[in-house]
Design a protein around this ligand. Sequence first.
Ligand SMILES: NC(=O)c1ccc[n+]([C@@H]2O[C@H](COP(=O)([O-])OP(=O)(O)OC[C@H]3O[C@@H](n4cnc5c(N)ncnc54)[C@H](OP(=O)(O)O)[C@@H]3O)[C@@H](O)[C@H]2O)c1
Length: 270
Amino acid sequence: MTHKTALVTGASDGIGLEFCTILAARGYHLILVARRKDKLNALAKQLMSQHKTIRCTVISADLGKPQAAQKLFQTTLKKGLQVDFLINNAGLLHNGYFTALDLQAQEQMITVNMLALTALTHLFANDMASRGAGHILNVASLAAWTPIPNQNVYAATKAYVLSFTQALHNEMQAAGTGVIVSALCPGYTATKMMDNPDQGGKLMIPDTMMQSAESVAELGIDACLAGRAIVIPGFANRLTAWITRLFSKMMLAKIAGSFYRKNMQSSSTK
Ligand SMILES: NC(=O)c1ccc[n+]([C@@H]2O[C@H](COP(=O)([O-])OP(=O)(O)OC[C@H]3O[C@@H](n4cnc5c(N)ncnc54)[C@H](OP(=O)(O)O)[C@@H]3O)[C@@H](O)[C@H]2O)c1
């Protein structure tokens, strides 16, 4: 069996951990990236004991730090690792009233969700294009379709990821690079992100609206490997994305704002 190698950011938890579990079962060698090295080491150990033929490399990195993507890329080169599948999954969320939220926390969110993702895509897409093959999956969100009051910077970062990825998908394809770039747009997914006190107010979402991280990760991997530009997991989420086309952005902001103000267990919402 020839093994390909996948690099997953945000591998220590949630959807990222599921990407790793699925890819390991499919025989991929893995490069696991996040800040919490102990969690990455434990996952690497578990996956290598379950799948004897794969190799896991742990790289602890804070993608909110300047030049983090460049350092990560250099580390993979120094270790002689070739990345065939990049999954830009690491992301963070801050809920709350914009002016009440810490500015530095919002800047971190922009850096991780947009800047690091863009830099990693640039570095690895060039590398993949020089070999004529590769896959990049950028994790956006259903939030990309809607301006969301009380989650405004997060939603804007995801709108960026979606737009950037759609355009790059076409660009890479038209140039015949052999590199596929896809956007995964999950709706509410049962991870720590939905229940993290560090992120501000908690959004109270009924269980019926919540998808499993495993199913979201699997759909993302399959869609990217199949060469699709976008994947939205779940019929209800696809319908929601479609319905957003019927309204102006200001009307969407009004609807989302009223939903979030009603359902956000407040720490800093007004
Ligand atoms: N859950 C949802 O409802 C949902 C919906 C739509 C989109 N998404 C997107 O899906 C992706 C994964 O989210 P999730 O729900 O799985 O969240 P999660 O459970 O909170 O996991 C986030 C991951 O990102 C990593 N991370 C956070 N900040 C980082 C930093 N500065 N440097 C490196 N790694 C960092 C975390 O690892 P460390 O803490 O160890 O660094 C963790 O592994 C995100 O891009 C999110 O925006 C989630």
